[in-house]
Write a protein that binds this ligand. Structure first.
Ligand SMILES: [Zn+2]
Length: 314
């Protein structure tokens, strides 16, 4: 059987697994991930793959290739992981190092672009050549697919739409230097930023940690359903902001489908809260609507990494 080794590095976890050519996950193991910079992360990834190959992988079925989905900016053509963010830039020839260490063809891509490639291969790509995949997790990023091609840009930096403003102005300051970026309102980091900003103005039972941890989006949703004033406001702002972002992206590339993935939207609650803000005329050509990914939200990154392994550099 042909299998592919997928490695999905997110902000808080590293998932490694073997996937067959039909997209079935045969085996997998999750590793917690904390890293300061790319060198840290590289060592961590290598140790985790070493462990996986010894403790989980089927020794009788060597994968055909390996694919790695990485946070940050990735040069897919040269196989170079350019940076996590502008403050953490240390280009690493990941594809070459992986190939030499594991004696397997290795390819890399950005994590959201990898997830989009999973959609293109096994998800909405089966009926759509023009869609937008939006990942709403710790931050927000999107990938537009136009005529079956991913938009990557001149520096592999297309799709950083979390750093656009959408008319919901909370007075938040973003790490990128702008104010009111949509991810400071509607992503995991945004729920935390806005909870701290609004906590004096609204009654709440929400736990707001003081130890550097972020508020739990799941708890925000639960309390919002119970009528908690602060949490209701956080959800409304996030829903309006995300709906505006979607409508802006729809106006740019004219997709027939919008797909959402990522931990903040995985349970479907925010999507339902968002629908009233989606204006019918703007959305009229999005004939397949706004939908949650049908690929399992917690595994789409791993599936994407497997597609990166299967398809190589494209
Ligand atoms: Zn920003």
């Amino acid at each position: 059987m042909e299998t592919f080794l997928g490695i999905d590095l997110g902000g808080t976890k590293l998932l490694i697994g073997e996937v067959d050519a039909e997209g079935h996950i045969l085996r997998e193991k999750r590793y917690p991930s904390t890293f300061r910079d790319q060198r840290d992360a590289k060592d961590y990834i290598f140790r985790a793959i070493d462990d996986y190959l010894v403790t989980v992988a089927n020794p009788l079925c060597k994968p055909m290739a390996m694919g790695l989905g990485l946070v940050g900016r990735v040069d897919t053509e040269r196989g170079i992981w350019e940076q996590i963010d502008p403050s953490r830039t240390f280009p690493i020839e990941m594809a070459r190092e992986l190939t030499e260490r594991y004696r397997l063809p290795a390819y890399i891509d950005n994590d959201v672009k990898s997830a989009t490639r999973a959609e293109l291969h096994w998800g909405v790509g089966r009926f759509s050549r023009n869609f937008v995949f939006i990942n709403v997790g710790t931050g927000i990023a999107a990938c537009s697919v136009v005529n079956g091609q991913l938009i990557r840009g001149s520096h592999f930096n297309a799709g950083e739409v979390g750093h656009t403003t959408v008319g919901v102005n909370m007075g938040t300051t973003c790490a990128c230097g702008r104010k009111n970026c949509v991810e400071t309102i509607a992503a995991g980091c945004g729920f935390d930023i806005c909870a701290r900003l609004l906590r004096e103005r609204y009654e709440t039972r929400l736990t707001i940690p003081e130890d550097g941890k972020r508020v739990s989006v799941k708890e925000v949703y639960e309390l919002s359903l119970q009528g908690d004033a602060l949490c209701e406001m956080l959800v409304k702002n996030a829903a309006e902001a995300l709906a505006s972002l979607i409508m802006n992206l729809v106006r740019v590339t004219d997709p027939d489908t919008v797909v959402l993935g990522g931990s903040v939207v995985a349970d479907g609650y925010l999507l339902e809260q968002m629908r009233p803000f989606l204006q019918a005329e703007t959305m009229r050509f999005v004939t397949n609507g706004v939908q949650l990914t049908k690929l399992e939200p917690h595994h789409i990154g791993l599936l994407g990494a497997a597609v990166v392994a299967m398809n190589g550099k494209i």
